[in-house]
Design a protein around this ligand. Structure first.
Ligand code: ADP
Length: 402
């Protein structure tokens, strides 16, 4: 079966066409700056050995319909296409950021499912409406092809109440569904499954801490294949220090800022989401730039790196206790896969957890799954490149086969 994976954001749309016979990528790309004066459309077909395999256009993309139109036209294009007709697409898998309390698994999309995704939108106001638009465009331009929603929150739905409830009046959970949902679930699930395969174990037989470090950063404690805790909260603002997000903070700071700086709730929210994290400490949010500045001797860049690693170490300790016993720690995403300095800072001196980093194996960018701990290390440290598109396609096939 060929599966088209769609990740629709408020002003962008990422896509990938996979052949699930062998899980190979047939075509991939991205449409950016939808609705702005000049948008960008990228299409790439595989194998991409010749330069002709890539199409790049800077042009006005008025809306998501135009974006989806570009995707559909390109995949069946006479010159660049990889299929002859859209009826060769067996299913469309949509990434959906927020499934609330409602969705415990990926689902085939029908009208009631769309209504529930819309209903949950207040919890993800930028994302869920865009996902619905993506589904509607797919229904219009690929009529008859089933759509499946794959939620970022589903993997975390196995958390027990003690982990997902906030210690605030319980009625707020019952009335407004305020609780920890977590995010990056598709990525955490993918690497947790992969590490079990690579360690020749069943997911049910191991305990893993997964560490997703991209622009957004989160960790998950995965016990016998099921998530029992994760660092992001009702929204992705909680937990680790991120590119521009603060992560955990004393909530009293918000009231203090409102009173003493006369900031509105909206201004505080923007500050915590967009002006904090690494950027708040050293003015930069891209890890590569931060390392370059730290190498020049910049104290604020060094401090940002230390704070970033320290917070992850605290969560490692906490999750090791939550799990009781630990088999592996897995790093993934942009920083997790590429940043050997960050990994070595995070895993330094962790005898207490039974993790011993092998500095040689850790060195450099890692593009294929690899152990970075010593042979003697009781707990194995891994780098496993994430593949959210493949996981979405796998879930899509599984839903339709059920
Ligand atoms: P997103 O959350 O947007 O998917 P990514 O997973 O692509 O993000 O991760 C982006 C982060 O990865 C950025 O902070 C970037 O600096 C970092 N990164 C990418 N390549 C490297 C590298 N070679 N060394 C250090 N950090 C890197």
């Amino acid at each position: 079966m060929k599966v088209l994976v769609i990740n629709a954001g408020s002003s962008s749309m990422k896509y990938q066409l996979l052949n699930m016979e062998d899980e190979s990528v047939m075509a991939t790309g991205l449409v950016e700056r939808i609705g702005e004066a000049t948008g960008k459309m990228i299409y790439k077909k595989f194998p991409d050995t010749d330069a002709e395999a890539k199409v790049e256009r800077d042009d006005h993309v008025p809306d998501h319909r135009a974006a989806m139109h570009f995707v559909v036209e390109m995949i069946k294009d006479a010159e660049y296409g990889v299929i002859k007709d859209t009826n060769e697409v067996g299913a469309i898998g949509h990434r959906v950021v927020q499934g609330g309390d409602h969705f415990k698994s990926s689902v085939r999309v029908d009208e009631p499912v769309k209504d529930i995704i819309k209903e949950i939108s207040p919890l993800a106001p930028l994302h869920n409406p865009a996902h619905i638009t993506g589904v509607e465009m797919a229904e219009e331009l690929l009529p008859g092809v089933p759509n499946v929603a794959v939620f970022d929150t589903v993997f975390h739905q196995t958390m027990p109440e003690q982990a997902f409830l906030y210690a605030i009046p319980r009625s707020l959970y019952e009335d407004l569904k305020i609780r920890r949902y977590g995010a990056h679930g598709t990525s955490h699930k993918y690497v947790a499954q992969q590490v079990a395969i690579l360690m020749d174990k069943k997911p049910e037989d191991i305990n893993v801490i997964t560490v997703h470090l991209g622009n957004g950063c989160s960790m998950a404690a995965v016990k016998n294949g099921k998530c029992v805790d994760t660092s992001m909260g009702m929204t992705p603002l909680a937990g680790l220090m991120m590119g521009t997000r603060s992560g955990d903070i004393d909530p009293a700071v918000l009231a203090y800022l409102a009173e003493h700086k006369k900031m509105t709730i909206k201004e505080i929210d923007t500050m915590l989401n967009k002006e904090s994290g690494l950027k708040g400490i050293c003015g930069l949010n891209d890890m590569r730039d931060i390392h370059a500045k730290a190498e020049e001797g910049d104290a604020s860049a060094k401090l940002a790196l230390e704070m970033f690693s320290y917070r992850i170490r605290k969560y490692l300790g906490a999750y090791a206790v939550v799990l009781g016993s630990l088999d592996a720690v897995v790093f993934t995403a942009g920083i997790g896969e590429n940043d050997d300095i960050a990994r070595s800072m995070i895993l330094a001196d962790l005898d207490c957890l039974g993790i011993e980093l092998d500095r040689g194996k850790n060195e450099g960018r890692i593009q294929e799954a690899k152990v970075i701990s010593t042979d003697a290390s009781r707990v194995k440290a891994w780098v496993i490149p994430t593949n959210e598109e493949l996981q979405i396609a796998r879930e899509t096939v599984a839903v339709l086969n059920n």
